[in-house]
Design a binder for this molecule. Structure first.
Ligand code: ZN
Length: 563
């Protein structure tokens, strides 16, 4: 069955209540382990069906945000999810307090109970109204951004569509395109400030109601982080500041020489080569065909995976009006089907989607038979699968980039390193915001600008007054929709670098270790997964510096002036 044939029918809260109450009845003072295991397995099926149905609505809404039907269904989900959650919460409580706890832990693993504990801590029926508000504000941010129509060079583009102009070879085009994007955010500044202020305040209220001091620990708990805390993350950010920021400064100096600009401005940072950034040498169909060849040659598992994805039409790659920006991967449990969403725009980013999002999809495909809450790991571990696949694709990357292959490899690695300071800046910003939820919009912007100057000292905004005032973070959707998530990309990147290092030595071995990690899904927590996969944990002192050394050496060995 193809994606377009997947059936959508609005889920019934009443029916769900009945199903859950049937299961609740299985937990009594006399229920046996066997009965409880059976009820829990049944609850997994119910959960999978609900996830599938909500996922279908959400994906179809993001493909066309102007479609009235799925917009209404998305609104329905935003409003009613907390009510569904209230029901499943009652069941979780029973499971958590079961008299057969030991037997259940043996059956499903201890992690499930840690996850349940976090879910019980982070949700109480008293916060339903606030959760609804939070969902609504967060969706409003997405819809507002998707509505952007930017006039440029005689055409109209959405925000994703502007991407290619901000990396144009011509400096004036880059400059004007960056200003046009900035202007759109400046025009919507008041509403964006209101949305974010609403989000920060409602999250702070939720935290207080749940008994937290502020939103920070709640943010960590929501992300299911069970084996590290804000102190580990702070130590890690310090490592990035000490070891990576100086390296990135040097990379930008090299870039300035390469593109013959000695007064590098923020709008120059996206261009890597005077002859233009590496680009894939064909359209989305052409690229998808090469992706098929690549995954077919890579391994038996990746071959079966890509055949299934294309046969069932589980990829929506082209950018079009009304389509939500960005890219993601999701999974429909009832169809055993991952789904990849992207906005191809002719840049090398398109290929990153076919490796990155495909990495996510491949991981969930390999762990589809895990219990629902072990199918995906926590988000920082999920990104290991995607970012490592970007590196494991290197031996085939010439299929896409032809004469630009060396350029791509250099800028892929340099870009991954250069991303780290920005990633931790976004994290430090959010810690500052939720520690001080009463900051005004102006204070928030100046806080951002200060942190930006610490981690990204080379960012010169030139005549862009909006960004100079500290408005850059408006474009980082994670700050609105998924607080504290962003650092996960950097943690995963540092882990993924280790696969790059391993693959340099022995690709076959690296790939097989990677596949073993993917199969574990989320059956272990982040630090445990990393250790089990024979990788170094980024929080540990000195790890960041040790991992980036071979990468720095590789980059040093490339004569980038020749690229
Ligand atoms: Zn990802």
């Amino acid at each position: 069955m193809r994606f377009k044939d997947f059936k959508y029918q609005r889920p019934s809260l009443e029916r769900y209540k009945e199903q859950i109450s049937d299961l609740l009845a299985a937990f009594t003072d006399e229920s046996t382990l066997e009965e409880e295991v059976k009820a829990i397995r049944k609850s997994f099926e119910i959960e999978d069906t609900l996830d599938t149905i909500l996922g279908i609505a959400s994906v179809r809404h993001t493909i066309d945000t102007k479609d009235e039907f799925y917009r209404a269904e998305k609104d329905f989900a935003d409003e009613n999810m907390p009510l569904f959650q209230e029901q499943s919460q009652a069941l979780l409580m029973k499971i958590y307090n079961s008299r057969n706890r030991e037997g259940l832990e043996a059956e499903f693993g201890e992690l499930l109970f840690k996850q349940v504990e976090l879910q019980l801590k982070t949700f109480k029926p008293e916060i339903i109204e606030e959760l609804q508000q939070e969902n609504k504000l967060s969706s409003e941010y997405d819809v507002l951004k998707a509505s952007a129509e930017i006039k440029f060079d005689g055409n109209t583009y959405n925000l994703s569509g502007m991407g290619k102009f901000t990396t144009d070879k011509d400096r004036e085009t880059r400059h004007k395109a960056s200003l046009a994007v900035s202007n759109w955010y400046a025009e919507n500044e008041t509403r964006l400030d209101e949305i974010y202020d609403g989000l920060v305040k409602v999250r702070n209220r939720i935290a207080k109601k749940l008994g937290y001091e502020n939103f920070i620990q709640l943010g960590y708990d929501r992300l299911g982080r069970s084996d590290y805390d804000y102190r580990d993350v702070k130590r890690y950010r310090d490592q990035i500041f000490d070891s990576v920021v100086p390296l990135v400064k040097r990379l930008i100096e090299r870039k300035g020489k390469r593109i013959q600009i000695n007064d590098m401005k923020s709008y120059d940072l996206n261009l890597s080569f005077l002859s233009g950034n590496p680009t894939p040498k064909g359209d989305s169909k052409w690229q998808l065909n090469h992706a098929k060849d690549m995954y077919s040659e890579m391994s038996e598992q990746t071959k079966a995976f890509i055949e299934m994805m294309t046969e069932k039409e589980l990829l929506d790659l082209d950018t079009k009006p009304g389509k939500q920006g960005g890219g993601y991967c999701t999974f429909f449990p009832d169809y055993d089907a991952p789904f990849i969403f992207a906005n191809f725009n002719g840049t090398s980013h398109d290929v990153d989607v076919l490796t990155h999002e495909a990495g996510h999809a491949f991981q969930v495909y390999l762990s589809k038979d895990q219990i629902p809450s072990y199918r995906w790991p926590t988000l920082e571990a999920a990104e290991i699968a995607s970012m490592s696949m970007e590196f494991l694709a290197w031996p085939w990357i010439n299929k896409f980039f032809i004469e630009d292959t060396d350029k791509y490899k250099f800028s892929h690695l340099a870009g991954a390193i250069s991303f780290l300071p920005y990633g931790v800046a976004v994290d430090e910003f959010q810690h500052a915001i939720y520690e001080n939820p009463e900051l005004t919009p102006e204070q928030r912007k100046s806080t951002w600008r200060e942190i930006e100057k610490k981690y990204l000292p080379f960012k010169d905004y030139d005549d862009d007054k909006f960004l100079e005032r500290g408005g850059f973070w408006f474009r980082q959707g994670h700050i609105f929709a998924a607080p504290f998530y962003y650092i996960d990309y950097t943690l995963a990147q540092v882990v993924a670098f280790q696969y790059w290092i391993k693959a340099q030595e022995n690709h076959q071995q690296a790939l097989s270790e990677y596949i073993d990690l993917c199969k574990l899904g989320g059956s272990k927590s982040f630090v445990e997964l990393v250790k089990t996969a024979n990788l170094k944990v980024p929080f540990d002192d000195g790890v960041v510096s040790r991992i980036i050394t071979p990468i720095k050496n590789y980059l040093d060995s490339v004569d980038d002036m020749e690229l």
